[in-house]
Write a protein that binds this ligand. Structure first.
Ligand code: PCA
Length: 329
């Protein structure tokens, strides 16, 4: 009798356990803060990624994007993911170069000025970047470059001497350093705030892509864009590693598949958007042209100084990435 009872109970317990293990996981909603405007190609790519995950996991995980820094301002997004305030988000990682110089690998002037070069730099840097992020409780899902960076002004500029004393909007350490080395006055401002900053005279120049100038309609305040192709910074979509570890293998596979698609589509858009947005600046009334030879020579010399400074700060780890990149060229 006792034996039967035990067996019955064991059966009941194992049935209950089976029932638990096959029960559908509770549907989760992941809020995904993003720093740039909803119409920006990174945000469009992020929204498609979110939809892909929501559909692909059968609604187990639905992702809601929050562009324009509406949930967290750009500068706060990384910390919010690290500390689990949100499970996932997108950030321009070079904005955190003061935590680790390696985060600034994509903002070294003239090191990798084209999409093809930049791809090689990214391949060389990716394993180290993933390790550093893992130490910070972050798992990298995908990363998409911005179009090449050029200089915006509200006047004609033919030489570094013409920049003296101009208020310059910066978005990371490298851009602030560029301002210092050209005699300008850096003020750090998120992209979401720049239309207002230019309209009110808080700044009247910046280095950025045609994409950001176009998204923020900067022709309302600025007159010139000089194509410099200084570097291509990247945005990164990261997930909190604890959340990631708690995600089923099946759902991880779906998310990684969606991430690959997003990286491909986002990179393609960045390339397409380069010409499209420069034309948009022209249509807005701006003078858009390559920087003159004299200015480029001066900027290249500044680039060499900044490359040396970065290599010094980033030590062996940084040198290994740059060596691997140069070997792949
Ligand atoms: N736009 C972003 C970063 C690089 C870019 O092209 C910005 O200006 O904030």
């Amino acid at each position: 009798m006792t034996k039967i009872k035990t067996t019955t109970m064991a059966l009941a317990v194992s049935t209950a356990l089976t029932a638990v293990s096959v029960a559908p996981a509770l549907a989760e909603n992941w809020d995904m803060p993003m720093a740039y405007s909803g119409s920006n190609f990174h945000s469009v790519t992020g929204a498609e990624f979110a939809e892909c995950v929501t559909t692909g996991t059968g609604g187990d995980i639905s992702i809601t994007t929050h562009p324009s820094g509406s949930l967290f301002a750009g500068a706060d997004i990384k910390r919010a993911i690290q500390t689990g305030q949100v499970p996932i988000g997108e950030r321009l990682l070079s904005g955190h170069q003061n935590e680790n110089p390696i985060f600034g690998i994509d903002s070294i002037p003239f090191l990798s000025p084209s999409f093809d070069d930049h791809d090689k730099l990214w391949n060389a840097a990716k394993p180290t970047m993933e390790e550093i992020l893992a130490e910070q409780n972050l798992t990298l899902l995908y990363s998409v470059p911005w179009p090449p960076q050029g200089l915006y002004f509200n006047q004609e500029v033919n030489a570094v001497a013409d920049m003296e004393g101009i208020k310059f909007r910066s978005y990371n350490n490298a851009t602030a350093r560029l301002a210092e080395l050209t005699g300008m006055l850096p003020v750090q401002i998120e992209a979401a705030e720049i239309s207002q900053a230019f309209a009110t005279g808080v700044a009247s120049s910046m280095v950025s892509s045609g994409a950001t100038g176009y998204d923020r309609k900067v022709w309302e305040s600025l007159s010139h864009f000089y194509e410099v192709d200084a570097w291509l910074p990247r945005n990164y979509v990261m997930v909190n590693s604890g959340v990631w570890d708690g995600t089923s293998d099946a759902n991880k596979n779906v998310i990684m598949g969606c991430a690959k698609l997003a990286e491909y589509a986002g990179t393609w858009r960045a390339k397409e958007y380069t010409g499209f947005t420069l034309q948009g600046l022209r249509d807005g009334g701006m003078n858009v042209q390559p920087a003159g030879d004299g200015l480029m020579t001066e900027l290249r010399a500044i680039g060499e100084t900044m490359t040396a400074e970065w290599l010094e700060a980033a030590g062996d780890q940084g040198k290994a990435i740059v060596d691997a990149y140069r070997a792949a060229q």
